[in-house]
Ligand binder design. Sequence first.
Ligand code: FES
Length: 315
Amino acid sequence: MPSRKGLRPLVVTRIRPESSDILSLELEHPGGEPLPPWEPGAHVDVQLITRQQRQYSLCGDPGDRFRYRIAVLREEPSRGASLYIHGHLREGRTVYVGEPRNLFPLLPAERYLLLAAGIGITPLLPMARELERRGAEWSLRYAVRGAERLPFRSELEELGDHITLHSRDHAPRLDLPALLAHPTLQPGLAVYVCGPARFTDAVEEAMREWPPGSLHLERFEPKAGIVRPNEPFSVVCARSEKTVEVPAELTMLKALEIAGVELPGSCLRGVCGACAVTVVAGHAEHRDSLTSDEASSTVYPCVSRSLTPELTIDL
Ligand code: FES
């Protein structure tokens, strides 16, 4: 069961339906104190009274230091948290919230294309506002199933004709291969993408030939991939001079925890970045959904393992 260490209690001050299947929640400090700052693209861990913990993108106004806003999709089938929030959570209740973490920051670029599908609009909405505020050249393509499933309608309308909606009611369909077919015609373009796995996978596929660094992805779900059978290995903690055996049936994170080596964990699925640690020696087998470079020296021990009999980490 996840602990509440590092999480602060916040009060749910407003729950509002944003579409037929999305609720937004506003969260405030019970004593009216300011909350830690954040930038577009950031997410927070949210733990419910049921101790279920999930990650949600912050989708409000980063300039408002007294309020966080998140949005929650009614998932079917639900992993539990979505069912609880949609069915039982009420205004006035407390949830436990971690520090904002940003693995999806807006980096300098000549021009920006934001691509969202469904609930994937949440990190991109504050990005769009920020780009508009900066006077940047940007556009957003948003795919939703139908008008009744379009959240934040008035906020999107305020952003004017930078936004193109693609839904059954607003033809045409978003044709990703056509939109992303010619990288050479779109120099200096940074593409930011968020949405369900089939959407992010389709964008990744369509951008295979683009220059490295053009694509910025945020995944909510673990990336599907070929996973080798688990092999046991040793993890050496360089700073604490501890060696921990990781058997095939345990994750590296769990083995470290049992050995008394503390490392924060949140999603436990390789999508949130909470457990990141640096590899000092050996070769990690990256099984997370955050690493795009197999040679990366950052490893996520909640899912990743080792290709070498020994992996030394900076811990
Ligand atoms: S706990 Fe989320 S990436 Fe490891």
